[in-house]
Design a protein around this ligand. Structure first.
Ligand code: SF4
Length: 441
């Protein structure tokens, strides 16, 4: 069966009645069915939806009528630009997926003025209104950030700016700039000193924690909203540190952050990676529970994003965010998302915008089928391109995590706590502009 509308997933017995709960990914609905039908449907699911049974047919006829509210579409041109200002970084984090900004093939380089002007022209002609500075470490090239902003301003372009920084180089000048232009700031902080310094070190081996905290405090002193990105690394399990403990620590600095599992592909670390995913699954359920409380303690970006999809009934017809982005490297080469280089090149800033859009579209055509929905839970999760191999290896754990998450969501619906979630998300949205990731095209 390959009609996604007919695919369902049995979550199991309801804690409220004798019924069973079935999840329908296409309409993002929870359906309660009698126990005997639930059992039949589960066997049918295991047999890849091929059983020939009257009750099952009736059930399938009923779910095909259920419609998604919105089907997210692939945009016809990129919406956001990542500008990799430099291929230098002052840190050497153990899990760095961009190899300190060089991606393992770029020579050390920073954006020069001529290229900055060309890039602004291109972004303008593409109609892009969201620009994030990335790297390497973008704050190594603060003059470049100022120059970009100055030219955008001169051209009267309304742009929302963001920056992803390791936080070690946040100074007075940058704080002023961030305040004046309402730059959305993402700082990487993996937890308290012991955890952070395990993987996020300078080239000398010295931990970066103290400098990052100084940077964060300088931003908070000016009431600049801050988003933190933490990487949950399997080595934290040696210290019995769960993601939830890290979440409580991060909530002292900001209520909105993301804790993401580290991207590790080594085959000999399967046990550690599996344990990491199990912990991560528990964390997602705990976080959903926290999100449903009267007062918001914290919110995690991934949980928010899945919760929004479930609550708004937004069906995702694809599951790779790279189709929204272009990434411009310091030599002017353009790729799709920032995880793609050295593959996925679609042009250079010196080229005409029409050629770039043409190659962007043809690359999407080639790559999207590789990442588009393969399993029922792909509707909710994000199968980011470099993560695909890791997700496939641990798909059993991911599926069981998703089951727990959905059952928790079902309980929240039954207990009428969904209004707390809506209220908490609305309050978050007032502080942080996270609308851009809501798939509401
Ligand atoms: S700060 Fe970022 S770019 Fe630099 S080494 Fe760490 S992960 Fe890589």
């Amino acid at each position: 069966m390959n009609d996604i509308r007919m695919i369902y997933h049995v979550l199991g017995p309801s804690p409220y009645s004798k019924d069973w709960v079935v999840f329908h990914p296409y309409s993002l609905s929870f359906i309660e069915v009698p126990e005997d039908l639930g059992e039949k449907l589960q066997i049918n699911e295991i047999k890849h939806y091929h059983l020939n049974d009257r009750d099952i047919k009736l059930f399938l006829d009923s779910i095909i009528e259920l419609k998604p509210k919105i089907v997210a579409k692939v945009p016809s041109r990129p919406v956001y630009a990542y500008i990799n200002l430099t291929s230098y970084c002052n840190l050497a984090c153990s899990y760095c997926y961009v190899q300190q900004g060089s991606y393992g093939f770029l020579k050390p380089e920073t954006f020069n003025e001529k290229l900055i002007k060309k890039t602004v022209e291109l972004i303008d002609s593409l109609g892009i209104r969201y620009v994030a500075f990335f790297g390497g470490e973008p704050l190594l090239h603060q003059d470049g950030i100022k120059k970009f902003i100055e030219i955008f301003e001169k051209n009267n372009n309304y742009i929302e700016f963001g920056i992803v920084t390791n936080g070690t180089l946040i100074n007075k000048d940058f704080v002023e700039l961030a305040k004046s232009y309402k730059i959305s700031i993402t700082v990487s902080l993996d937890g308290w000193r012991l955890l952070h310094d395990l993987n996020r070190q300078y080239r000398s081996g010295k931990g970066s924690f103290s400098d990052v905290i100084k940077g964060i405090e300088a931003l908070l002193a000016e009431q600049i909203p801050l988003f933190i990105q933490a990487t949950y690394h399997p080595s934290f399990l040696n210290y019995k540190v769960t993601p939830l403990k890290i979440a409580f620590y991060l909530s002292k600095f900001t209520k909105y952050f993301a804790i993401k599992p580290a991207l590790i592909l080594e085959k000999d670390r399967k046990y550690e990676i599996a344990s990491m995913f199990i912990e991560y699954g528990k964390y997602a359920v705990e976080t959903l529970d926290i999100l449903s409380k009267d007062n918001l303690i914290y919110a995690d970006q991934d949980v928010v994003s899945i919760t929004k999809i479930l609550n708004d009934r937004i069906f995702r017809s694809f599951n790779c965010e790279f189709s929204y982005y272009i990434t411009i490297l310091p030599n002017g080469d353009i790729y799709t998302c920032n995880t793609m280089p050295p593959i996925g090149k679609i042009g250079h800033v010196n080229e005409d915008e029409v050629n770039i859009v043409m190659r962007y579209k043809s690359l999407l055509k080639e790559i999207l089928p590789k990442v588009s929905i393969k399993k029922w839970y792909d509707v909710l999760g994000s199968a980011c391109f470099p993560y695909i191999e890791m997700f496939n290896t641990y798909s059993g754990i991911i599926e069981s995590n998703m089951d727990h998450f959905l059952m928790k969501f079902y309980i929240i619906l039954k207990e009428n706590k969904i209004f707390n979630i809506v209220k908490n998300l609305e309050n978050l949205r007032k502080i942080y502009n996270y609308e851009y990731e809501a798939y509401t095209l």
